[in-house]
Design a protein around this ligand. Structure first.
Ligand code: ADP
Ligand code: MG
Length: 253
């Protein structure tokens, strides 16, 4: 039986008087790709922010493989295998593309003194292996040419891909991607779709916020539709297509 990788249970969030998320629940099975869609301001990014404890939830809970994420610090969340990207690219300034990817590997290192000592001893070999893996990932996503360029000098599309690459470097079990195709051209979008399929093929669970409907219909096993902070539909692309509440969310009432 397939396990549940990610679960939102009655998540709500108030920002002052604004109810950004209203009693939201969904489950994402392990190894599947779930698209989170909905109009601007529907609460999609807020869901990611609550799941990763970027903001505390007003009520409700998120679980990773059955265990609560509530109160779990960001570094610990990455160590448990949940890694995210942000809607606006957040590459690390003052670092090359390769160094940005390498930084992903350190996201889930939370070392004790002993581990630190062992790490120092094996550091060189480890560092070389990490570099090779980072270079391999840059190659895989077609960013090799930018390896030694300052990350902030990359075109916006490449910066978005770099963020995904950095997230992959952390060896996620569950990957949350917030609008990874925004700013990508058509070719890059096709490449992103192939990458996401390959990543899912390796058993990684993916939840992706995406506006490109063709992309969503193409790659998603499950689509969760959010409107004004509420889940209005949750199903396969066939189930979602033509759902009056989904049309209403987009076309208005
Ligand atoms: P989406 O990602 O679906 O476009 P968001 O999750 O970013 O939507 O936002 C949902 C609602 O919550 C919006 O009304 C937005 O203005 C509000 N919101 C999001 N983040 C904050 C914040 N940090 N402070 C105040 N309001 C916020
Ligand atoms: Mg958003």
């Amino acid at each position: 039986m397939t396990r549940t990788a990610l679960e939102a249970i009655n998540l709500s969030k108030h920002f002052g008087g604004v109810l950004a998320l209203n009693d939201t629940s969904f489950t994402v099975p392990e190894g599947s790709l779930c698209a989170l869609i909905g109009p601007n301001g529907a609460g999609k990014s807020t869901i990611f922010n609550l799941i990763t404890n970027f903001y505390p939830a007003s009520s409700g809970e998120a679980r990773l493989f059955g265990e609560t994420l509530t109160g779990c610090p960001a570094a610990r969340i990455a160590a448990r295998g949940l890694v995210r990207t942000f809607q606006t690219a957040r590459v690390f300034p003052g670092m090359t593309a390769l160094q940005n990817v390498l930084a992903g590997a350190r996201m889930h290192q939370h070392s004790s003194g002993l581990a630190q000592m062992l790490w120092l001893r094996g550091a060189r070999r480890e560092e070389q292996a990490l570099s090779r893996r980072a270079e391999g990932l840059l190659d895989l996503v077609g960013l090799s040419a930018f390896r030694d360029a300052a990350a902030t000098d990359l075109p916006m599309g490449a910066q978005k891909m770099l963020e995904v690459t950095r997230a992959l470097m952390a060896r996620p079990r569950v990957l949350l991607l917030d609008e990874p195709a925004a700013g990508l051209n058509d070719t890059e979008t096709v490449e992103l779709a192939a990458l996401l399929r390959a990543v899912r093929g390796n058993g990684v669970t993916i939840m992706v916020v995406e506006h490109n409907m063709a992309l969503v219909m193409n790659i998603a096993d499950q689509i969760v539709v959010l409107d004004a902070g509420c889940v209005v539909a949750d199903g396969t692309s066939v189930e979602i297509r033509g759902n009056p509440r989904v049309i209403e969310a987009y076309v208005g009432r």
